[in-house]
Write a protein that binds this ligand. Structure first.
Ligand code: ZN
Ligand code: ZN
Length: 449
């Protein structure tokens, strides 16, 4: 350590750095940091592992007498490493459903009709935007890409904030109506009743919710048709991917959900902007296409809520103090008001999500593998790599763990971990550069594909 590095560091950081530099277990400590992927807030555990009556592991011999494990936070601004791992798992999950032949998903699914669709929210009033065709905004100005006005109502006095919150509130139910409608449209197109159709075809999907600047959610989804009993078999009715895309557009236009707002019925529909694109089959860039579609869905899995709406129960004043755009503050106020109406009390618990109570990524049961399966596969893979001998032993194992604390012991340790985080990022980016081609995602921590 040079004097130049120490210059400008506060005494607590320097003390921490010096303590770790003189720690005889510092190499082991660094290995632990690398194992957590340089997690920002690792959980420190104390514990033992018994195999039969033999003590095979104890944290007593670890640095600081503890083992660090990942915090598991999926928000990139809280922990980039854990968010990246979660996003990687999500990519694996979506890609396996798209491409098949991995993570326990049969390879035949790649041959089934699959469509990447985006379903949007309707308009609740004009907002400041950047039209695709280069025209100015309706306010007559051309907004810069990072203009904080983007997404905000042009005329806040007439914007329907309540309607916008209600749309978020009912969006998951509207999606369910859409799936039912899709079966209806497809069944009618081949001259079958819904029941007959369901005996021959299953609609499988994975979808991600994305918050737009105007505070409304969009759905991005991959929709696939399978045999109802076995996802490895083609659907029992010949439907092309193009026909599926057309049916998705029709079903999205038709889907309607009737919400009950204090005794009055409100009709919820999707917006007119609809995209349904066939996932290529057989083309040269097939794998890249699928990889990018998977990356698109995975990207939204980590946007836990609208980036700036983070606190449950924050007052409108507190949100403004934190720099939350006025459009979103107005929606939060509308959510609080809605929660005072009969039957809508629960909306108040989702103010921080502007009324959206769904999960950010959901999938139908048979679309792909699950996050739980991916996690246990990774844990097993690490255990096997760490100790091949022990992994083959079948003697019963008992482990006892105790929580010690969260985060690093001192700012010096945190600084060293930040260095590890930077080196992991550099190595990862070099790997992505090197591959260039599909998949555009490098599985975290070297999990085998
Ligand atoms: Zn973490
Ligand atoms: Zn404007």
């Amino acid at each position: 350590m040079t004097v130049a590095v120490v210059d400008g560091l506060d005494p607590a950081t320097v003390r921490g750095l010096v303590a770790r530099a003189s720690d005889p277990k510092r190499e082991r400590w660094l290995r632990q940091v690398r194992r957590t992927g340089a997690c920002r807030h690792p959980v420190r555990l104390r514990g033992i592992v018994l195999r039969g009556d033999e003590l095979v592991y104890s944290t007593a011999s670890e640095p600081d007498g503890a083992l660090m494990v990942r915090c598991g936070n999926r928000r990139a601004e809280c922990c980039p490493s854990c968010a990246y791992e979660y996003q990687g798992d999500m990519w694996q999950l979506v890609y396996a459903g798209l491409a098949g032949g991995r993570k326990g998903v049969p390879e035949q699914v790649a041959e089934h009709p699959q469509v990447f669709a985006t379903l949007t929210a309707p308009s609740f009033g004009a907002v400041h935007n950047r039209p695709d065709d280069g025209r100015p905004c309706r306010c007559a100005r051309r907004h810069a890409e990072d203009d904080r006005q983007l997404g905000g109502a042009i005329d806040p006095s007439t914007y329907d904030y309540v309607g916008a919150v209600l749309w978020n509130w009912y969006a998951p139910a509207l999606w369910n109506r859409f799936v039912i409608e899709l079966v209806r449209v497809l069944a009618a197109s081949v001259g079958l009743s819904e029941r007959e159709f369901r005996e021959l075809v299953r609609v499988a999907y994975v979808k991600a919710a994305e918050f737009q600047a105007r505070g409304l959610v969009h759905f991005h989804a991959i929709i696939r048709l399978d045999d109802p009993e076995d996802r490895g078999l083609a659907p029992g009715v010949a439907i092309t991917a193009n026909e599926l895309a057309a049916a998705i557009r029709q079903a999205a236009r038709r889907a309607v959900f009737h919400g009950d707002v204090g005794g009055a019925t409100v009709q919820m529909r999707f917006g007119e902007q609809l995209h349904a694109r066939v996932v290529q089959d057989g083309a040269d860039d097939d794998a890249r296409d699928r990889g990018q579609a998977a990356a698109y869905i995975a990207k939204y899995s980590c946007k836990g809520s609208h980036e700036q709406i983070t606190a449950r129960g924050a007052s409108p004043e507190q949100l403004r103090e934190r720099g939350v755009p006025e459009q979103l503050v107005q929606m939060a106020i509308a959510a609080i008001r809605l929660s005072e109406r009969a039957g809508l009390g629960a909306v108040g618990q989702w103010t921080h999500m502007l009324g959206f109570r769904g999960h950010f990524v959901t999938k139908s049961r048979y679309y792909s593998t699950t996050l739980g399966e991916l996690r246990s596969a990774r844990a097993q893979w690490r255990a096997d790599r760490d100790d091949a001998e022990l992994a083959n032993d079948t003697t019963p194992v008992l482990s006892v763990w105790e929580f010690v604390g969260c985060g690093y012991l001192n700012p010096g340790d945190a600084l060293l971990a930040a260095g590890v985080e930077a080196s992991i990022r550099v190595a990862r980016e070099a790997l992505i550069d090197e591959r260039r081609g599909p998949p555009p995602w490098v599985p975290p921590d070297g999990v085998p594909g």
